[in-house]
Ligand binder design. Structure first.
Ligand code: NAP
Ligand code: MG
Length: 486
């Protein structure tokens, strides 16, 4: 059976107003399997007119059944979606693994995470309350939490199921109607999710999925005057365009734009416990993780030991096709392979390669494989220590004392996540306060993990918070009602 025949929906169709519709453009976009380079399916190339239709369908849903659905019922619908995701977890994982090149064991985590987002926000849907506010004699004042209305969700290709899960489930829980634009390199799981939503009885128009090019449908969605809130995850360059579009329409925007996140390893670390995470927190999804721990800052007293032991771990890392479940799969696209490879070449010009993993000999020649690479003694201002590479590349940076560690850690344009590795409790608390990031992990590191944990960045990593309860505040607005009753 071909991959295409294994799909239980037609990937060339768009999901608008509860129906599968042909896009306005008869062109389609090829879906490549990153493990082999083969074209395995085609998706529809939506048009700005399809975005108009999707936004109109979302508006109609808010005026119709979806807008009248009480919070508790929204939660029940999300819970039915969760059940269907769990029933189809293996199929969804296979879809994602084939589409983006993730080893199956990692793609299975993504199915489970999608289900977990639905579960979390299903339970939370009827637990976001307004407040009453003491005011002048003869008045009663209370606040209402209301949905924004039509929310746009533009997501990238690295964790499609997780990112649509965190964004769309929270928006639906609060009663918004969503238009989802997945990345052209990874649209299949979003279409599968639409099929699941329909099966679960989500009212028509509450979720619409339009596939196509970012420059066409992505831009049209971001600029659409009918959209009341934009949620974007991806690159800084595109994020800037999204915020410009949001500014023109004066609508709120949540941006999650990646990072250059550090592990900060002090010489009192429990290195045996830390070591797998020091490497693993960058290698999952082959380094294509916004919160990848791509910088490893190490105190000089243990620098040589950390370098040697990380190199040992690297020497065991294997890269291979997604179905083979090696440590790393291929990168998502030829373009991404080219970007990451050129960073590795740049590093080779003046840096020391401390270790590399191995691409398996039987990996298909057409796949986008890159060997994980560890650079040693990297100056903090080097391009490889400053720029997001979005691949399996880590840089080791030595530091002397705590003040220098903080200076280096905060010394990039980004600020998403940091890992602090020390047994000194007071130092843990000091660093947690001084690091300019949205999440601090102490003696652990959860790249991509923690549905319950508010997540988002500072600086060029973006602004706004998704995940956890915070997302529900972001996907709603407060109305204050002041009643005079004498
Ligand atoms: P990107 O351009 O930011 O794409 C992210 C999403 O935005 C995709 O759905 C994309 O659609 C869409 N898009 C592109 N241009 C748009 C526009 N003008 N208006 C509205 N939407 C638009 O990212 P990329 O090109 O796939 O990756 C480039 C780099 O971004 C990576 O190397 C990495 O550094 C970074 N990145 C970060 C994250 C993260 O989690 N923070 C995730 C992915 C990538 P199309 O895919 O159809 O163009
Ligand atoms: Mg693909």
């Amino acid at each position: 059976m071909t991959f295409q025949k294994s799909l239980w929906f037609d990937p060339t169709m768009l999901f608008i107003g509860g129906e599968w519709r042909k896009p306005g453009n008869t062109d389609t976009i090829a879906v490549e399997n990153p493990s082999t380079g083969e074209v395995i399916a085609r998706i529809g190339r939506g048009t700005p007119a399809d975005i108009d239709a999707a936004v109109a369908a979302a508006e109609a849903a808010l005026e119709g059944d979806w807008g009248r659905t009480p919070a508790v019922e929204r939660g029940r619908i999300l819970m039915r979606m969760q059940q269907l995701v769990l029933q189809r977890a293996e199929e969804l994982a296979f879809l994602e693994s084939t589409d983006v090149g993730k080893p199956m064991k990692q793609a299975r985590n993504d199915s489970v995470a999608l289900a977990r987002y639905l579960e979390f926000y299903a339970g939370a849907a009827d637990k976001v309350h307004g407040t009453t506010i003491p005011y002048q004699e003869g008045f009663t004042v209370y606040t209402l939490r209301e949905p924004h209305g039509v929310t746009a969700h533009i997501i990238p290709w690295n964790y499609p199921m997780q990112i649509l899960g965190r964004s769309v489930s929270a928006a639906l829980a609060m009663g918004n109607a969503c238009v989802l634009k997945p990345a052209e390199d990874a649209s299949l799981s979003s279409l599968a999710f639409a099929a699941i939503a329909a099966e679960a009885g989500l009212p028509a128009g509450a979720l619409n999925v339009v596939t196509g090019l970012g420059s066409e449908v992505g831009q049209a969605l971001a600029e659409h005057p009918g959209v009341h809130h934009l949620s974007f995850t991806g690159s800084v360059a595109t994020g800037r365009r999204i915020q410009e579009a949001a500014a023109r329409n004066v609508v709120p925007v949540t941006l999650e734009l990646g990072g250059k996140s550090p592990h900060i390893v002090f010489d009192d670390v429990d290195l045996d416990a830390a070591l797998p995470t020091l490497v693993g927190a960058c290698m999952q999804a082959a380094g294509q993780t916004c919160s990848a721990a791509s910088r490893v800052l190490v105190q000089r007293g243990i620098y040589d030991e950390v370098r040697r032991r990380m190199a040992e771990v690297y020497s065991t890392l294997e890269v291979g096709p997604a179905p083979d479940n090696r440590d790393l799969g291929p990168l998502v696209s030829k373009r991404q392979k080219q970007i990451v490879s050129s960073y590795i070449e740049l590093g080779r010009q003046d840096l020391t390669v401390a270790a590399q993993g191995t691409i398996r000999g039987d990996a298909p020649a057409g796949g986008n494989y890159v060997a994980p690479t560890l650079f040693a003694d990297v100056p903090p201002d080097h391009r490889l220590a400053q720029e997001e590479i979005f691949g399996p590349v880590q840089v080791l940076i030595p530091f002397g004392d705590e003040a220098e560690a903080i200076r280096i850690a905060n010394g990039t344009e980004y600020g998403l996540v940091a890992g602090v590795w020390t047994r000194d409790g007071a130092r843990q608390m000091r660093l947690a306060r001084k690091l300019n990031v949205g999440q601090v992990f102490i003696n652990n590191y959860g790249a991509g993990g923690g549905i319950e944990l508010p997540f988002g960045g500072t600086g060029k990593s973006g602004h706004g918070r998704e995940k956890g309860f915070e997302a529900l505040y972001g996907f709603s607005r407060v109305k204050t009602v002041t009643a005079s009753h004498g």
